[in-house]
Design a protein around this ligand. Structure first.
Ligand SMILES: *Cc1c(COP(=O)(O)O)cnc(C)c1O
Length: 387
């Protein structure tokens, strides 16, 4: 399938190619100076004391939960309207995800009132996800967590550079988890970061990222250590220097990327205003978004499959964020996970469509998308609502 306008496209250019070539020539391919430089720069960017680069965003989530001591018998409150990895990371630890509903049809982030409805004597943590890059209600969620002494972990996969009250997403909780998968705001192919300001958690993250070993290959190469001990159950969640060096270049481009995403999103807002048959969430949001994706909500009665097919016939790729986790075949069996009402999540997940958004996109491409949507709404509304 060759799209006129894909859902996303990445910007990899001469700087990334040069950086990777240099790393290859250096002959040090895993966790070395590039990784250290990337961690330091990312920490400075978001304002976090400890930063650990890992192999992907899911590994970041798993490590954050494991290092926070989450395990069997514990419950972690999480939205169902997120990527499946958010909940799977909880399952890896042996803990139980408990799905909370989202705020409204204009704010798809986890609702503080619904977090409260999910609390039990086993609740240990709240795992929030900043949907599309719009910060969750962290003041209210922070209050709930403080009252109950719960751990907050942030899935900030959509939200590098997003802020609320000047504070960066990924620094509100005990740990912030980022993903640098190819379709994210910063692309490294695969990659992730977990941040923390807690020295104790940082030590655990450092150990658990690499087999629980007390020394790293780099330390031994530098002559710092002869042997090692293993003092935690660790994993191999290491990243390569190739990823880290791409990350460094992409991090420097990120502020411009996010600004361009904002401009494109505002242009969408402007051009889609008054178009019948759809609404746009997050337009009155108090935070500074990183505009990871552009979601719209079709009105009830409009057939989403027909809508997406019509755009596809016209060369426009769309997507759904997200099929809710509690409805997947595997996750349906987790009875304890779905004791809360998820009406809004289910409604949104049936009507949401994600339109193309990426920094290299042009305003003219948005004009075309809006034109096609208007045509669908004019021609197809009746036909599709008959079903
Ligand atoms: C991409 C993503 C992840 C997982 O990150 P990977 O790097 O693909 O493992 C987790 N949560 C959300 C919300 C994501 O979008």
């Amino acid at each position: 399938m060759s799209w006129k306008i894909p859902l996303f496209d990445i910007d990899i250019g001469a700087a990334e190619i040069e950086a990777v070539t240099e790393v290859l020539s250096s002959r040090w391919l895993t966790m070395g100076e590039q990784t250290q430089a990337f961690e330091a720069e990312f920490g400075k960017f978001v304002g976090s004391r400890h930063v650990f680069c890992v192999s992907n965003g899911t590994a970041a989530l798993h490590l954050a939960l494991a290092a926070s001591g989450i395990g069997p018998g514990d419950e972690v409150i999480v939205p169902a309207l997120t990527f499946v990895a958010t909940a799977n990371a909880i399952l890896y630890t042996g803990a139980t995800p408990v799905f909370a509903d989202v705020s409204s049809t204009t704010d798809f982030t986890i609702a503080p009132s619904q977090i409260e409805a999910c609390l039990s004597s086993r609740t240990r943590a709240i795992l929030v996800m900043h949907y599309a890059g719009f910060p969750c209600e962290m003041n209210e969620i922070g209050r709930i967590a403080r009252e109950r002494q719960l751990v907050i972990i942030e899935d900030a996969a959509h939200a590098p550079g997003a802020r609320l009250g000047g504070k960066y997403c990924g620094t509100f909780g005990v740990c912030g988890c980022f993903s640098f998968f190819s379709n994210k705001n910063m692309a490294m192919g695969e990659g992730g970061i977990v941040t923390t300001d807690d020295d104790g958690i940082a030590e655990k993250l450092r150990l658990m990222r690499s087999h629980g070993m007390t020394s790293l290959t780099l330390d031994r190469y530098k002559g710092h250590n002869y042997s090692y001990d293993v003092i935690e159950l660790g994993y191999n969640y290491r990243n390569t220097e190739l990823q880290a060096t791409i990350g460094l270049v992409q991090l420097r481009k990120l502020p411009d990327y996010n600004l361009q995403r904002k401009k494109l999103t505002e242009y969408y807002y402007q051009q889609l205003t008054g178009v019948p048959g759809l609404t746009i969430p997050f337009q009155q949001h108090p935070g500074q978004s990183s505009y990871h994706i552009f979601p719209i909500l079709l009105e009830a009665g409009i057939n989403r499959k027909n809508f997406m097919s019509y755009l596809k016939e016209n060369g426009i790729q769309t997507s759904i964020h997200y099929p809710p986790i509690h409805q997947f075949s595997y996750h349906r069996q987790l009875k304890e996970s779905r004791r809360n009402d998820l009406t809004l999540t289910e409604d949104i997940s049936q009507r949401e469509v994600t339109l193309p958004l990426y920094p290299l996109m042009s305003f003219k491409q948005i004009d075309y998308i809006v034109e096609i949507i208007k045509r669908f709404m004019a021609e197809k509304i009746f036909e599709s609502s008959k079903k």
